[in-house]
Design a protein around this ligand. Structure first.
Ligand code: PBG
Length: 327
């Protein structure tokens, strides 16, 4: 057969395949999202996210140790308070749940990089991501609260804040507040391109943060759109965001690629609760091979262009990187 170009030549044996890999990734880009709750001696499994737990602050260190051992040294905290009210006051309370988690983690694990999700939906009685005016989330009023929440997290020990509320102007509001208070060096990772997604379902069970009425479509993005995502990312960059996040990840690989191409900032992608739950359920039924799926899914998110990956599978992915299965 007279054939000069044979693509299979480079697929012969794992040494060669690894040499010509187009996508490289390593553990330093992994962030593990973690739920912390009030109470003591609690480590309760989240029914819709098997293998994921809500930790009381005293139990949290065991998990942080495990993560560090696996080589994952970045976590993002979500607080689950005991009491909720209309203005989400637990989100910025000095002794709020997430503030307590930051203080303890900072003190006991100085080598861990701590990130705070800045939002109100876990803390409001109505479950929306801001302050209500009637049934509408009041954008500008909410900004004052988000700025307060971000500052309180940084003062408690957060190394970085990540606003996920999708209000307009929140990056500028948070940046101003942090700068006024001397936190010039604290980066903001913006959930800039966040879609209104059914993939957040299990998270809302985990955090008890489903909206009591309506939905989040007046602030989170319509999943038909990608240009709008670029616009959100550009706006946040102008307002001072340091990292741009796309969320969810797996159904939005095209969006990750577009943002990567157009925005000159590090890009993060969040493999959300529903993505995790689907793989877990499929694997439990014996329909798919969990480990193989996790490797393929992780590689695809990096291949699309993400620099940073937030995932409930962080530990497993770190292990697969160590084993050379991916990376
Ligand atoms: C808070 C927030 C949500 C998630 C991250 N931050 C829930 C939502 O917007 O409803 C989802 C994370 C996940 O599904 O894993 N607003």
């Amino acid at each position: 057969m007279d054939m000069i170009i044979r693509p299979r030549r480079l697929r012969n044996g794992s040494t060669l395949r690894k040499m010509v890999r187009e996508t490289r990734m390593d553990k330093s880009s992994l962030i593990y999202p973690m739920f912390v709750r009030e109470g003591e001696n609690i480590r309760e499994e989240i029914p819709t996210m098997p293998g994921q737990y809500r930790y009381s602050v005293d139990q949290m260190p065991y998990k942080l140790e495990e993560l560090l051992k696996a080589g994952v040294d970045k976590v993002m905290f979500f607080g689950i308070p005991d009491h909720k009210d209309a203005c989400g006051s637990g989100a910025y309370a000095q002794d709020g749940i997430v503030q307590k988690a930051f203080r303890k983690a900072k003190e006991e694990f100085p080598q861990m990089y701590l990130i705070g999700d800045v939002c109100m939906c876990e803390y409001t009685s109505h479950g929306h991501c801001g302050i209500l005016r009637g049934e509408y989330v009041d954008n500008d009023k909410t900004l004052e609260y988000l700025a307060k929440i971000a500052l309180s997290q940084v003062q408690a020990g957060a190394d970085m804040v990540a606003p996920s509320d999708m209000m307009d102007g929140r990056i500028a509001a948070i940046r101003n507040m942090l700068d006024k208070n001397g936190c010039l060096e604290t980066p903001i990772m913006s959930y800039a391109v966040k879609y209104a997604s059914a993939f957040y379902g299990p998270f809302r069970d985990a955090a008890g943060s489903a909206p009591a009425f309506g939905d989040r479509k007046s602030y989170q993005m319509d999943y038909h759109n990608v240009r709008e995502g670029v616009k959100e990312a550009l706006l946040d960059m102008e307002e001072g965001a340091d990292i741009i996040m796309v969320k969810p990840a797996l159904s939005y690989l095209d969006v990750i690629a577009r943002v990567k191409e157009t925005i000159d900032l590090p890009v993060a992608a969040y493999g959300v609760s529903g993505e995790y739950a689907l793989i877990k359920a499929g694997a439990a039924l014996g329909y798919v091979d969990e480990d193989a799926i996790v490797c393929e899914m992780a590689a695809s998110v990096y291949r699309a262009g993400t620099d940073i990956f937030l995932t409930y599978y962080a530990e497993k992915i770190a292990q697969f990187m160590d084993e050379g299965r991916i990376g």
